[in-house]
Design a protein. Structure first.
Length: 362
């Protein structure tokens, strides 16, 4: 029996799986590519915290109703509108605290979480996918961290996870907003398995017949074994990005952003993926690009919690002082949608070892 709990833009459900239940989060806002707004983040937080405590929930599955996009990121259109009308940045404080809290909660979640990231998975979409214990992509997946192109910086934990990628690839992805696919994601460790998109429904139905134990460690292993039978073999062999790692390394192994800029602008190679990435770099905000470089340089060695705390402070600075509103307006609202130094006070909240920044009252 499936019990669905609707919420604007996201559906929650629980389904019997033997002695236990599987919980599901289904993003259901296809008209805006499942972009996440503040209300959706709050609903995700509430439900994840509830399921975290329930002994009858063995596993959580995150996916979307349509295969065009898992999640294109945070709903930055609504964020921009609020920032334009509220110079105090109160909405920005609430938005980013809620977003980063959910991202962090997924990272430290004790129960297994399977994220089926089919289609467009960018920015905030990577944020909620990246912490899942089992990250599944398909041949249709398209990923990117495109923040520098809207006058922002690579966030949702990028300060931490960029350093977990090979070499300085994370820096390259952050500076260029380069797009990569599911084969690339598995090759560089941004996903755990590539499964053909057509297998989704059958795979999810088979989850209900697994012998869940209710013990998180054993259930993670159970889910891993299940995915091992479903995933494609050697997806890294079809990764274009992987074959360009040496060349990418030569471009970004520099001491300053000025040296990297010169290397980018003088590059004369023939790899099409790198060519497109450097076009993306040219379209980025110069301020954001410099910030992203410093973010990467100074973020090495930070814990996940420290990375999110730093990003929250950075986000508050950008909301108050940067050209992010103009960048979003120019790139998204006008073009795509058309007619259609400050450190905010914060308080650390503990929830059974879960630590995250929360804004204090203005």
């Amino acid at each position: 029996m499936v019990r669905k709990i609707p919420h604007s833009g996201v559906l929650f459900a629980e389904e019997s799986a033997g002695r236990f239940k599987l919980a599901s989060i289904t993003l259901d806002s296809p008209n805006n590519l499942n972009a996440l707004n503040l209300d959706m983040f709050r609903a995700l937080e509430e439900k994840l915290l509830t399921w975290r405590q329930r002994e009858d929930i063995a596993c959580v599955v995150m996916h979307a109703t349509a295969d065009k996009a898992f999640c294109a990121g945070g709903d930055i259109k609504s964020l921009t509108m609020e920032l334009r009308t509220d110079p105090s940045t109160t909405y920005g404080q609430e938005f980013f605290a809620a977003e980063y809290f959910v991202d962090y909660l997924i990272h430290v979640y004790p129960k297994p979480i399977l994220c089926w990231a089919d289609g467009i998975t960018m920015g905030g979409g990577i944020g909620i996918m990246n912490g899942a214990s089992h990250r599944v992509v398909t041949e249709q997946t398209v990923m990117a961290m495109p923040e520098v192109q809207i006058g922002f910086f690579p966030d949702v934990g990028a300060t931490h996870f960029f350093h977990r990628l090979p070499g300085r690839l994370g820096l390259f992805l952050g500076l260029t907003a380069a797009r990569f696919d599911g084969f690339d994601a598995v090759a560089i460790g941004m996903a755990d398995a590539l499964v053909a998109a057509r297998k989704k429904q059958a795979l999810l139905e088979r989850l209900l017949r697994l012998d869940w134990s209710g013990e998180p460690g054993k259930d993670r292993e159970l889910l891993s074994r299940h995915l091992a039978h479903e995933k494609e073999n050697n997806p890294a062999g079809r990764s274009r990005l992987l074959h360009g790692l040496d060349e990418i390394g030569r471009l970004v192994e520099r001491q300053s952003i000025e040296e990297i800029d010169a290397a980018f602008r003088s590059w004369s190679g023939s790899k099409e993926w790198i060519q497109r990435a450097l076009v993306g770099y040219s379209a980025g905000s110069p301020t954001s690009i410099k910030v992203a470089f410093e973010q990467f340089k100074r973020g090495k060695g930070l814990s996940l919690k420290e990375a999110f705390l730093r990003e929250w402070d950075m986000a508050m600075n950008f909301c108050a002082h940067s050209d992010v509103c103009e960048g979003i307006r120019a790139l998204l609202i006008d073009i795509l949608l058309g007619p259609l130094g400050l450190r905010s006070e914060s308080v650390i909240v503990s929830f059974e070892g879960l630590l995250m920044v929360r804004p204090s009252s203005p």
